[in-house]
Design a protein. Structure first.
Lengths: 313, 440, 175
């Protein structure tokens, strides 16, 4: 029953009292939130180690069978590319599930490189926003996507706080969402690290169980406090994620959104979702009651007939 | 049509010809005119030419979109997944179509039968608004042929959009049923009408439930994007209430706006009861709308106060926000209040148009597009995207007119011709003949 | 060899070791050069000039931590590894696994009683260690400054003869 999460509970409430059938979820409900599967895997990205070689991009491209890049993967001129009048750096697209960007923080004599990919949230916003349930959070921690049910509404892209899912806008027949799947099919489901982790020459990426990685990350920070920032990005951000980052400079200088809430995105939506069963249950009686009150002592059958003119009698 | 009326030709308004025989469907479609007369009045109307011109330009773009994909006609991107099709088509059309459930509730639930002359217009406005919101959606979806998946194949019931999908689908059927009474009258099948009439209360109550939920749900969709929508347009707690309350004045003001256009351009189709009661009803609708406007304004202020967003008001975004509030909420509220108090229907109508354009359309565009990704960059929609959005809206207008011209929405259906048709014809003709030179 | 745990003899041995070991290591064990071929799939093997790096580094512990018996320079490590004893294994791959994310390695990560639970893999150890000094001492830092890509490497990186047509990529500023 470990798979019965709060999302499923909410699903039950929406279906109108089906929640009663989910008796074994009591424990999950009592805890109030979901912090990932106990043996979920993750990756710790140590940005102090990343050398910006873009090998992870190359390995991802090969592993996922993505189209050839515009420039070779060892061409570092891509770090100078900017978009939308210089405001944006490269982001994940339907042709690149991971990208590395270069930042030049003011307190660092070396440039700092940041790898971007799906963070595989514990409670993914994409998953909770999908109305055909195309997304699955696997026991291994990967957030995977079933393109055979995707309708193409792109709500997941609106919902993703990290701006990760990309859409194949150029496709006509089968445009689908494209994003990192943690190499789930080919590797992580078999206990092997994803392709980017395996190729990383500097071992900036550490693959392991999320709970162990958190401990390792804290140990690294503690053993070299002068080298690291104190935060672990992804430990709590939007409910925590399988991929987490530690860095030597403040995260906001590396393009991270540090204003994101620590609560999962779905918590923002709960107020409304909780109201739904109320409206479903209360409105019918309420408004039928209003009707009876408002039309008391009045001729019920009279109304609307006047609209059709006197001719119909 | 007015020109024909000058010649004493009256549009079809009942089941039977003045001679006593029944109109057949073809004759009903041609409004009881001969083919020559019908085509003549279609061609004479310059508005038809405008609609045709826009469609001639726009429909090829719609075809182009389905041949070459969304990327070819939109600036929808990985950062801006939603463009005008949803930003305008879905998020604006749906609140402006709240009229159906508003007036349905007033007439059927609260027994306010004084609203009946305009009830059918409100119901039709609701039906068409939703229908075309779905059309916009179909154009925007990556795989529109899978639209029914959330209904039948792959359920994601915890998602807000699942709720929107189901509710819009069910509500669309409810509205079809509600509007079908006029269709059954027109087609001449009273038993169908009776069947629907028996379920009126049920249909209306389900309409309230579904409307409350999905109007709110459209707002709740944006609570998935706390970091993306500008804080002034975002409120985790109040987003759905804001969308719901604004849909109330949106729907009511839309009925005022549509009825204004109808009475100015299609007076020949309105019967005396509609014409005589419209001013009175406009004031009554305005009363309802101003209640909703003040409620909306208060919740807007509470939302800013609750998240302590006052500081944003001093920024450029704040100025834009204040412009939206002033032009879309406060100004209409003042105009409506003054208009109601002094019974100035024209002022009420100006207020209603402002509430529709700035209170709803600007607000939804701000939330979905303009203030979206405020931390990243601003996206300008593709020209083709705007052309397609306008074209679909023009098809909406054309459909709206087509139905208003025929079904007994603005006029009461006469099962029998007027009591003394011969007398009417005789008395009418001289009047017309007298009137014609004066007008010419 | 020296680390026989005969605690009674400890005092005596230590005395001997402090005198003999540094010379012994330099003289006996250190290889002139090491062939590094852990990523030979994509890169040609590297002939690592060990003798030259010994001269540059001066202290073995710069690379070999405490294992050569010269004492650990890092105060954090020296809490345990202050004794100057050569370890049973000195080569990098003796500790740093060439497969750092094997099932066994991942199990190690969760081993709460284990001190070295965050042991970097072999490839990571090389690069972390090399690049740090190379940056400071202006040594080579580009990938192919040390190891040229193999054909498979060029294919993977879409570089060299597998490079994409330059025409497909125009400007650095996109809209």
């Amino acid at each position: 029953m470990s798979k019965v999460s709060r999302r499923k509970f909410l699903a039950g409430s929406l279906a109108g009292g089906v929640a009663a059938m989910l008796a074994p979820v009591k424990k999950v409900l009592a805890s109030g939130d979901f912090r990932g599967f106990p043996d979920g895997m993750g990756v710790l990205v140590d940005l102090t180690r990343c050398v910006g070689c873009r090998s992870c991009e190359a390995a991802c491209n090969k592993e996922q069978g993505l189209p050839a890049p515009d420039l070779p993967f060892d061409d570092d001129s891509v770090f100078d590319e900017t978009f939308h009048h210089g405001t944006q750096k490269r982001r994940t697209t339907e042709k690149a599930y991971t990208v590395v960007n270069r930042y030049e923080p003011k307190d660092s004599d070396q440039p700092v490189y940041r790898k971007v990919q799906c963070n595989h949230c514990n409670e993914p916003a994409c998953l909770t926003s999908c109305f055909v349930k195309a997304y699955t959070k696997t026991n291994e921690g990967a957030v995977i996507y079933d393109e055979h049910v995707c309708v193409g509404c792109r709500t997941c892209m609106v919902a993703c706080p990290h701006n990760i899912p990309a859409y194949a806008y150029s496709k006509v027949i089968d445009p689908v969402v494209k994003k990192c799947i943690f190499c789930y099919d080919t590797r992580v489901s078999k206990g092997r690290p994803p392709a980017c982790v395996e190729i990383c020459p500097a071992e900036a990426l550490t693959f392991g169980k999320r709970k162990d990685l958190l401990r390792l990350a804290r140990a690294r920070i503690k053993s070299s406090p002068e080298k690291y920032q104190q935060e672990i990005y992804g430990e709590h951000t939007v409910g925590g994620s399988a991929w987490m980052y530690i860095a030597g400079v403040p995260f906001e200088e590396l393009g991270f959104d540090t204003t994101l809430p620590n609560e999962p995105i779905i918590n923002n939506v709960k107020g409304f979702l909780g109201m739904v069963p109320m409206v479903l249950a209360i409105w019918p009686a309420l408004f039928t009651g209003f009707h009876l009150l408002a039309t008391k002592n009045k001729d019920h059958d009279h109304h609307d007939d006047s609209h059709t003119g006197e001719g119909e009698k | 049509m007015e020109k024909l009326a000058d010649y004493g030709i009256k549009p079809l308004a009942g089941a039977k010809k003045p001679s006593g025989g029944k109109w057949n469907v073809m004759e009903k479609l041609f409004l009881g005119l001969t083919l020559d007369q019908y085509i003549g009045q279609v061609v004479r109307n310059k508005f038809n030419w405008l609609l045709a011109a826009i469609m001639a330009v726009g429909i090829p773009f719609i075809i182009y979109r389905f041949l070459f994909g969304l990327g070819a006609v939109t600036h929808a991107s990985n950062d801006y997944p939603w463009g005008l099709f949803l930003g305008f088509g879905l998020f604006c059309m749906v609140p402006l179509s709240a009229s159906g459930f508003m007036l349905g509730t007033a007439c059927e639930i609260f027994g306010r039968h004084d609203f009946e002359p305009i009830e059918r217009l409100a119901l039709l406005n609701g039906l068409l608004g939703y229908f075309f919101a779905v059309i916009y959606l179909l154009v925007d979806l990556g795989q529109p042929w899978r639209l029914a998946y959330p209904m039948v194949y792959a359920w994601g019931p915890a998602a807000v959009l699942f709720l929107v999908g189901w509710h819009v689908a069910v509500y669309l059927s409810v509205q079809v049923a509600e509007v079908s009474t006029s269709f059954f009258e027109w087609i001449g099948w009273p038993r169908g009408k009776e069947f629907i009439r028996k379920g009126t209360i049920g249909l209306t109550v389900s309409g309230i439930i579904l409307s409350t939920l999905h109007q709110g749900a459209l707002g709740a969709l944006f609570t998935y994007a706390p970091g993306k929508v500008h804080p002034l347009w975002y409120s985790a707690e109040f987003q759905w209430i804001l969308f719901f309350t604004s849909s109330i004045f949106g729907g009511l003001c839309m009925v005022i706006a549509v009825s204004t256009i109808v009475i100015k351009t299609m007076a020949w189709r309105c019967d005396d009861r509609f014409k005589e009661t419209l001013d009175d009803l406009t004031i009554k609708l305005a009363k309802g709308a101003s209640m909703a406007l003040i409620t909306y304004l208060v919740i807007k202020i509470i939302a800013v106060a609750h998240d302590n967003e006052w500081v944003y008001l001093a920024t450029g975004w704040g100025a834009w926000y204040l412009f939206e509030i002033l032009s879309g909420v406060i100004a209409p509220m003042i105009l409506l209040a003054y208009g109601i108090h002094h019974r100035l229907v024209w002022l009420v109508r100006i207020g209603a148009f402002m509430a529709v354009v700035f209170g709803i359309v600007l607000n939804r565009l701000n939330t979905a597009l303009i203030a979206f990704n405020w931390k990243l960059y601003q996206e300008v929609p593709h020209v083709a995207e705007a052309i397609i959005a306008v074209t679909i809206f023009v098809i909406y207008i054309a459909t709206y007119r087509f139905i208003l011209n025929r079904l007994p929405i603005l006029y009461a259906w006469k099962a029998q011709p007027d009591a003394v048709p011969a007398a009417v014809a005789v008395s009418a003709s001289p009047e017309r003949e007298q009137g014609t030179p004066a007008r010419a | 060899m020296f680390g026989v745990s005969n605690w009674h003899m400890k005092g005596l041995l230590l005395l001997l070791l402090t005198l003999l070991l540094p010379m012994g290591v330099y003289a006996m064990d250190a290889p002139e050069s090491v062939t590094i071929d852990t990523i030979a799939k994509y890169y040609e093997p590297v002939e690592f000039d060990h003798a030259m790096h010994m001269d540059v580094a001066e202290d073995c512990s710069v690379c070999h931590h405490h294992t050569t018996g010269t004492g650990a320079t890092n105060p954090y490590c020296s809490k345990c590894h202050s004794e100057n004893r050569e370890s049973a294994t000195v080569a990098c791959q003796g500790c740093h696994s060439a497969d750092p994310f094997s099932a066994e390695s991942i199990r190690r990560q969760g081993e709460l009683n284990l001190f070295h639970d965050d042991l970097i893999g072999l490839k990571g150890a090389y690069h972390e260690n090399c690049l740090g000094c190379h940056r400071q001492m202006d040594g080579p830092t580009g990938c192919e400054d040390c190891h040229a890509k193999t054909d498979a490497g060029e294919r993977l990186y879409h570089s060299g003869k597998y490079a994409p047509e330059p025409s497909t990529h125009s400007a650095a500023e996109h809209e």
